[in-house]
Design a protein around this ligand. Structure first.
Ligand code: DAH
Length: 360
C-alpha cells in the first residue's frame, strides 16, 4: 500500500502546484489518462487473486476519485483566479469624463443663409433655385440687359468656353441671383413671393471681393404692390436679422436695368471704438440693391405687366455675415483655414435666430 500512498502524495502535490489549465491537464493525463500511472495500476488488477483484487481495487478507486476531485477543485480555483486577474486588469472607471470628439462647425455663410431664409419664411417667402452655369439670356437679356448694355461689362463675367459651331446658347457663370427671378416667374407665374440664395461669380479679388460669393435675391409680384411694401419688408428683415428694435434704412435713388424705379439701401450704423453698431450713429452702410420690377422683366418671364407688378432686391450674404458677426476679411471666408472656421463657425445646434421677432 505504500505504493499507493506515494502515488497519492505525488499527484496531490502536482495538482496543488499546477499553475495553469495546461499544467493541470498534464497532471490529469499522467495520473488518470489512458496510459496514466493509476490507469495502468488498475489494469494490473486482472492478474491479481480475487481477495487481493478486492482490497487493491477499492483502494485504487478511492485514490482515483480523490485525485479526480483534487483536479476538479484545482480547475475551478484556477478559473476563479484567472477571472479575478482579468477583472483587475480590465477595470474601467465609467465615471471618467468622455474624450472629446472633433466636431466641425457651420460656416458663417451657411448660418446666415439659414437665418435669412427663416426670417423671410416668416413673411411668406419660399425658396427658389436656379443653375450656377446660366445662359446669358437668363443672366442678362431677360433682365433687360441687352448685349450692348454697359452693365454687361461691369459684371466682370466668366464665360463658359464654347467650341466653334456649338449650337447651344452662350453660357456664363451667373453674375448675380437675379436670373432666378425669371426662372421662378416662368415656373410659378404670379402672384409669387420667393427668395433665392446662392453662389454667384465675378472676376474680382481684393479684401472685399472674391471671384465667388453669395447673394440672396428677393421677389414679390402681386397686385397693388408698391415701394412701400418693399420698404416695410426690408425694415422688418433688418430688425430681425441684426436683432435690434430700431433700424433706419435710407433709400438712395439708383439705377438697375431690371428695376424702375431703383434704389440702393443703406442702413444707419456707428463705428464707435472700431466696432460696428447697427441702428444708431451717423454712418450709413450700403447693404442691398432694390426696386420695382421693370415691365420688360415681367414680360420676359411671361407675366403680364398690365395686371401684375412687384418689387425685387438683391443682397450680399457674405457682406451681411461680415457685418453681423464682425468678420473683417471676405477672402478668409473661402480659404478653409481650420482656425478661422473654428473661430467664426457655428455649432450644429445653433438655431437660426429670429430673436428680434417680426412686429406684425
Ligand atoms: N443683381 C444686382 C447685383 O448683383 C443686385 C440687385 C439690385 C438685385 C436690384 C435686384 C434689384 O433684384 O432689384 O448687383
Amino acid at each position: 500500500m505504500t505504493d499507493l500512498d506515494t502515488l497519492r502524495s505525488t499527484y496531490l502535490a502536482r495538482v496543488a502546484d499546477a499553475s495553469d489549465a495546461n499544467a493541470l491537464e498534464e497532471v490529469r493525463l499522467a495520473a488518470l489518462g489512458k496510459k496514466g500511472e493509476i490507469s495502468l495500476k488498475m489494469r494490473e488488477l486482472g492478474q491479481m487473486s480475487p481477495e487481493e483484487r478486492q482490497t487493491t481495487g477499492a483502494a485504487l478507486n478511492r485514490l482515483r476519485d480523490e485525485i479526480d476531485a483534487a483536479l476538479r477543485g484545482k480547475k475551478v480555483a484556477l478559473e476563479d483566479a484567472a477571472l479575478d486577474a482579468r477583472l483587475r486588469e480590465e477595470w474601467l472607471d465609467v465615471t471618467l469624463p468622455g474624450r472629446p470628439r472633433p466636431a466641425g462647425t457651420i460656416h458663417p455663410v451657411s448660418q446666415v443663409t439659414e437665418e435669412v431664409t427663416a426670417i423671410f419664411a416668416d413673411m411668406g417667402f419660399s425658396v427658389a433655385e436656379g443653375p450656377q452655369v446660366e445662359s446669358d439670356w437668363f443672366n442678362f437679356d431677360a433682365l433687360n440687359i441687352p448685349p450692348e448694355h454697359p452693365a454687361r461689362q461691369e459684371h466682370d463675367t466668366f464665360f463658359m468656353a464654347r467650341a466653334a459651331g456649338d449650337p447651344r446658347p452662350p453660357h456664363v457663370l451667373r453674375t448675380h441671383t437675379s436670373p432666378v427671378q425669371i426662372r421662378a416667374m416662368q415656373d410659378q407665374g404670379a402672384p409669387i413671393r420667393v427668395i433665392a440664395p446662392g453662389r454667384v461669380y465675378r472676376m474680382d479679388m481684393d479684401q472685399t471681393h472674391t471671384p465667388m460669393f453669395h447673394q440672396v435675391e428677393g421677389l414679390t409680384i402681386g397686385q397693388g404692390i408698391s415701394m412701400a411694401n418693399l420698404k416695410w419688408t426690408l425694415e422688418e428683415f433688418c430688425r430681425a436679422f441684426f436683432e435690434v428694435d430700431e433700424v433706419e434704412l435710407r433709400f438712395r435713388a439708383s439705377h438697375f436695368p431690371f428695376t424702375e424705379p431703383s434704389a440702393e439701401v443703406d442702413i444707419r450704423c456707428s463705428w464707435e471704438g472700431g466696432t460696428l453698431k447697427i441702428g444708431q450713429g451717423d454712418s450709413w452702410l450700403e447693404i442691398l440693391g432694390s426696386g420695382m420690377v421693370h415691365p420688360k422683366v415681367l414680360e420676359a418671364a411671361g407675366v403680364d405687366p398690365n395686371v401684375w407688378q412687384g418689387f425685387a432686391f438683391g443682397m450680399g450674404i457674405d457682406r451681411i455675415a461680415m457685418l453681423k458677426y464682425g468678420i473683417p476679411d471676405l477672402r478668409a471666408f473661402f480659404e478653409s483655414d481650420l482656425r478661422w472656421l473654428r473661430h467664426y463657425g457655428f455649432a450644429a445646434g445653433d438655431v437660426p435666430s429670429v430673436a428680434g421677432g417680426l412686429s406684425r
